[in-house]
Write a new protein. Structure first.
Length: 364
């Protein structure tokens, strides 16, 4: 296959990652598709530069599985699709657990698809990107913190306008939308109050090289912490943009979150969140720049900032990620990321940088 063809395939595939991915992989579509095994493996090596002469801490390193997900997807004649994916990596909870599992009604085609089950919340550009299509190994801190729980149980509506064809190339849709009503309690937890989470996302593509998105979420849940009597309330909103020109691509996103009553910190991508009591406003942003070379090597630079409390000065976390993505073929990718972390609260820089190396293989 010629280099130009490879880049064209990558370009079109990368555009699809801004779709409203309900799970880590796009489910099969069409009545002719029977059950299909889907999934991917992400063995990873981590080296943490945590040595500190004052505390006696040393550098640490480990081999692990970042994600190890296997499932099944397919269609049932004539208007239904199913999708189920299980996380097998013991580095999340120690046991396999259901990640995504939903049934979709597809009679209306791309205009509207109705889904019921467990799926991603339709908030954030980076969260909507399939896990195996992320530009860096980790999601941004602001996305992990403010979209938790990033998966929930409920019903959803997804749709888009027709695609356009320019110079014989099919482009992304002019308008995409998604809306979901979910428990707000996360995976495997029964809702125990009368409230629900309401989340929506819209992406407008006025130009084939530019997509602009907006997200909003609001909801009420039973207090997550003991001693809190009023229901927890949650509000999230964000804006994002995705610009591409040939082999160059630039993405950026801003997210804001407000919690009242009690709230959680952490909990991104299957990890266990920590419950805190009180009201808090948080926000953050990131931008990522990347360039696909003719050798299937993609340099990536990402800058992100997360403010864990807008009422407190000097507590922002800044992270710069220097990365390389090497696409060995359509199913295999090697990623190398160095994360330089800087905290505004520290008079002396905290030793917490890290090096991540990951090989990803998708089931063919």
């Amino acid at each position: 296959m010629k280099i130009k063809q490879i880049l064209s395939i990558f370009f079109l595939a990368s555009l699809s990652t801004i779709s409203f991915a309900q799970g880590c992989l796009e489910p099969a579509s069409g009545s002719s598709n029977g059950p299909k095994i889907i999934g991917y493996l992400q063995p990873q090596y981590e080296y943490h530069f945590t040595a500190d002469d004052k505390t006696g801490a040393v550098n640490t390193n480990t081999f692990k599985f970042n994600r190890m997900r296997i499932g099944v997807a397919g269609s049932i004649p004539y208007d239904f699709e199913y999708y189920a994916l299980v996380e097998f990596s013991s580095f999340f909870t120690g046991n396999p657990f259901m990640l995504d599992a939903f049934v979709s009604y597809t009679r209306l085609g791309h205009w509207a698809k109705f889904s019921a089950g467990s799926f991603k919340s339709p908030v954030s550009l980076e969260l909507s990107t399939p896990c195996n299509g992320l530009n860096t190994i980790n999601r941004s801190m602001v996305v992990d913190e403010l979209t938790s729980p990033n998966r929930d149980l409920g019903i959803g509506l997804y749709g888009s306008t027709d695609t356009l064809t320019i110079f014989g190339i099919e482009t992304v849709n002019l308008l995409k939308y998604s809306f979901a009503v979910t428990n707000g309690t996360g995976l495997g937890v029964i809702d125990n109050n009368g409230g629900k989470n309401y989340a929506g996302r819209v992406v407008l593509t006025p130009w084939r090289h530019l997509s602009i998105g907006a997200s909003y979420l609001t909801g009420k849940q039973k207090p997550a912490a003991e001693g809190v009597t009023d229901e927890d309330t949650k509000t999230r909103w964000g804006v994002d943009a995705d610009f591409n020109w040939g082999a160059f691509r630039l993405q950026g996103e801003y997210l804001f979150g407000e919690d009242k009553g009690s709230y959680t910190e952490g909990g991104g991508c299957g990890t266990t969140p920590v419950v805190k009591i009180g009201n808090k406003q948080r926000d953050g942003f990131y931008f990522t720049a990347m360039y696909m070379t003719p050798w299937n090597i993609q340099p990536v630079f990402k800058y992100e900032q997360y403010d864990k409390d807008l009422d407190t000065d000097g507590d922002k976390q800044n992270i710069m990620t220097f990365g390389l993505n090497y696409f060995l073929n359509d199913w295999t990718r090697l990623q190398v990321n160095y994360l330089y972390k800087a905290e505004e609260t520290a008079s002396v820089e905290i030793p917490n940088d890290c090096l991540l190396i990951q090989i990803q293989v998708k089931l063919k």
